[in-house]
Design a protein around this ligand. Structure first.
Ligand code: NAP
Length: 305
């Protein structure tokens, strides 16, 4: 039997939408992905989610989100969505295992940070390697930090990190930044920020936490070591929207085009990092999940679904 609402994604946006739609008696089905929980599953301490005075581990916070949504009757399955059909209502959502139908959909599949792809980097995520200065900058007081990337995110993260760090070194693979002029100027003016050009990080050093990196100058092929305690990877994000192509309007970077929580398809709503490339915070994503749920409730009521 078809559902009234299916939520795609099980990060803060998806599970908050689940909580609110469950409490509105809409019996939501959350298709949460095989690796459920979103970006917070990759972090250790979360100290900026309100309500947790002493902080909370990212995975523990998501476990709480999940339990709370379930307590009110949300059904959560750990399957990956492979395709959708939004051409007519009820909409269809397919996973490798099953097809599901619903009158409304909330897309909350998030965006993944791009990583350099080094095994040493992956091993040290949450232990000195981070993709979010707002989240983790505070843990690097008086430390030496490296930021990799040359776009606006890298400049923004570097500037933010100078509030805590002893020194911030930006490592960029070219000799010219991609960032907007104004962000470049701000970064150049800040005397805590240094630049290493035409270089890439080839290894992250450290057993339990980051102690250094190996940098290769791609013009000379010379490899050198740098002692640092933190590595912030700011080389962009990829929204998880490949399965939506051709079904819904996406921008050139793949983010869902939206008006509030609405998309170009009536009855299909959106929440969290899958459209929001600006704030990217758990608390903002949770807020969007709440908004989408309330909008879904109204839509169902107005259309007698
Ligand atoms: P971006 O503009 O795509 O920049 C990514 C940067 O990372 C580029 O400099 C790129 O180098 C580098 N890079 C990519 N892959 C790499 C790899 N494998 N190894 C090393 N370096 C790599 O991404 P973004 O900075 O996240 O910005 C995304 C969008 O959000 C942009 O439109 C940006 O303007 C906007 N944004 C705006 C603000 C603001 O206005 N305050 C803040 C944040 C983001 P190349 O330059 O060589 O390609």
């Amino acid at each position: 039997m078809g559902k009234k609402v299916i939520i795609l994604g099980s990060g803060p946006a998806g599970l908050t939408a689940a909580l609110y739609t469950a409490r509105a008696n809409l019996n939501p089905l959350v298709i949460g992905g095989v690796e459920w929980g979103g970006q917070l599953m990759l972090t250790t301490d979360v100290e900026n989610y309100p309500g947790f005075v002493d902080g909370i581990k990212g995975p523990d916070l998501m476990e709480n989100f999940r339990k709370q949504a379930k307590r009110f009757g949300a059904e959560i399955i750990n399957e990956n969505v492979t395709s959708v059909d939004f051409r007519k209502n009820p909409f269809q959502v397919s996973t490798a295992e099953n097809n599901y139908n619903a009158n409304t959909i909330i897309i909350a599949t998030g965006a993944d940070s791009k990583w350099l792809g080094l095994s040493s980097e992956q091993k040290l995520i949450g232990r000195g390697v981070s993709s979010c200065a707002t989240c983790d900058g505070f843990f690097f007081k008086n430390k030496n930090i490296v930021v990799v990337g040359g776009g606006d995110s890298a400049m923004e993260e570097s500037l933010f990190l100078t509030k805590f760090a002893n020194k911030v070194t930006v490592i960029h693979r070219r000799a010219k930044l991609r960032a907007s002029k104004i962000m470049q100027e701000r970064a150049f003016k800040n005397n805590k920020i240094e630049f290493v050009w035409d270089s890439e990080i080839v290894d992250v050093i450290g057993e339990n936490s980051v102690t250094g990196i190996k940098i290769k100058n791609i013009k000379t092929n010379q490899v050198s070591d740098m002692e640092v305690q933190g590595l912030f990877v700011a080389i962009g994000h990829k929204p998880n929207t490949d399965f939506l192509k051709g079904q819904i309007d996406l921008n050139e970077k793949g983010y869902v085009i939206h008006n509030g929580t609405r998309t170009n398809i009536d009855g299909v709503f959106v929440a969290g990092d899958v459209y929001d490339f600006r704030y990217r915070q758990a608390v903002t994503a949770a807020g969007h999940g709440c908004q989408a749920a309330i909008d879904v409730e109204k839509f169902i009521e107005e259309n007698n679904l």
